[in-house]
Design a binder for this molecule. Structure first.
Ligand SMILES: [Zn+2]
Length: 409
């Protein structure tokens, strides 16, 4: 007791003299605010399309993660907007994808002073110089190409620069982690021959191969076939949260071999094992409630908007305590330790995780936490965007090589 008192007194005295035991931590803000910050997954296009959300919205009560103001405050330089098509929209996959793509262009056209469409590393760098949010697009789920390489080509022409081979559903050429244990689904033991052609065509076009969501076997097939580095656009480490959609340490090492990058997802159930278990225990009731809500709206002839769906999900998420912010940083740390600091980045899943992120996330805080854990400025810049830009540049190079060697044959 006495010792504690003396200790406290000593600290107070030193602090009063402006020389505390522990020197003030250096701020990461100068590093953060001078970096090109790239995030590879936001589901905002559903908001653009289904609820007419304007990215210029500055309403402080808006529940969304992404707006131009929020991007500016967090120094977000480039966002890959997710073109995700609900698998039940059979026969409408490409059509819906085209509508979502159009919705991103419309936002850029509405805000030319603060936002620009971007299709290359050079475009992202130009956006950074002009202080505009560079908007890119990734298709989430290979079912959107409707088993047609010509559609894949046309999506590239429209600006799509990555494609997640599957979403939670197995498609006709690639298995997903979301249903790989479901015996009712026809599986392929990874990628089919056509699936391998898709990967090579993506390499040729210069579209990044995204292995988030896929089954483990699809992942290993993809890294074996791809001639360019791959990305996991929004994935975490399974060692810290035992979700089948997360990556094992062996998979992380395979990404290192491939010179690719794993972009950390901010969804609590992928980040933190305690939360994952709680969410798992709640899943049956939550799914039933969501289904009942959707059925009720359909019976009334009303479509369910993103905002309504999000509200129901948020109410369920609120029943589970959010993991501490530290859990998210543990993910960055683990992937950097296993795969290397050159192979980790930001893949938030913003606007797709309905309030279920760890506590009080903002992007500069991530940089600060990394600095506090001993990462140097160079490492932090790589994690914030440098690693993704390196992979994107490699993908552009491989595409160029494949196209020139084909034309000289
Ligand atoms: Zn996803």
């Amino acid at each position: 007791m006495k010792l504690t008192f003396v200790g406290t007194l000593l600290v107070c005295t030193l602090a009063a003299a402006g020389q505390s035991d522990t020197p003030p931590k250096p701020s990461a803000l100068p590093i953060h605010n001078s970096s090109i910050v790239v995030d590879t997954h936001a589901d905002t296009p559903q908001r653009f399309l289904d609820e007419n959300f304007d990215i210029g919205n500055s309403d402080p009560k808006d529940v969304g993660h992404i707006s131009l103001n929020k991007a500016r405050n967090g120094n977000l330089g480039a966002e890959f907007f997710s073109i995700w098509v609900e698998p039940s929209f059979k026969g409408q996959y490409a059509h819906r994808a085209l509508d979502l793509i159009d919705s991103v262009y419309q936002q850029a056209e509405r805000h030319p002073d603060r936002m620009m469409m971007a299709f290359s590393v050079a475009d992202i760098e130009r956006g950074h110089q002009q202080r505009k949010l560079a908007a890119l697009m990734g298709i989430e789920g290979g079912h959107a190409i409707e088993n047609d390489l010509r559609l894949l080509n046309n999506f590239y022409r429209l600006g799509v620069r990555y494609m997640t081979l599957t979403w939670s559903n197995t498609n006709e050429w690639a298995d997903s982690s979301g249903d790989v244990t479901d015996p009712k689904i026809e599986h392929h033991n990874g990628l089919t021959d056509f699936g391998k052609q898709v990967v090579l065509e993506m390499n040729r076009l210069g579209m990044m191969v995204d292995i988030s969501h896929v089954s483990d076997k699809t992942f290993y097939d993809a890294v074996a076939v791809s001639r360019a580095p791959v990305i996991a656009s929004h994935s975490c480490a399974r060692a810290l949260s035992d979700h089948p959609r997360n990556m094992t340490d062996d998979m992380l090492r395979a990404v290192t071999q491939n010179n690719g990058v794993v972009m950390v997802n901010f969804y609590s159930a992928f980040v933190d094992e305690t939360y994952r278990k709680a969410a798992d225990a709640q899943k049956k009731d939550r799914d039933a409630a969501v289904d009942a809500f959707v059925a009720e709206r359909k019976a009334l002839g009303k479509p369910v908007s993103y905002a309504e769906y999000d509200q129901v999900q948020r109410a369920w998420a609120a029943k589970i305590p959010r993991p501490p912010f530290k859990s998210l940083i543990d993910q960055f740390d683990h992937i950097a330790k296993i795969a290397g600091v050159d192979h980790v980045g930001l893949g938030s899943d913003f606007d797709g995780v309905s309030g279920a992120t760890p506590e009080s996330i903002d992007l500069p805080k991530i940089s600060q936490a990394l600095l506090d854990r001993g990462y140097n400025a160079g490492d932090i810049r790589k994690i914030l965007g440098g690693n993704l830009l390196r992979v994107f540049r490699d993908v552009e190079k491989v595409s160029h090589q494949m196209q020139t060697s084909a034309s000289t044959k």
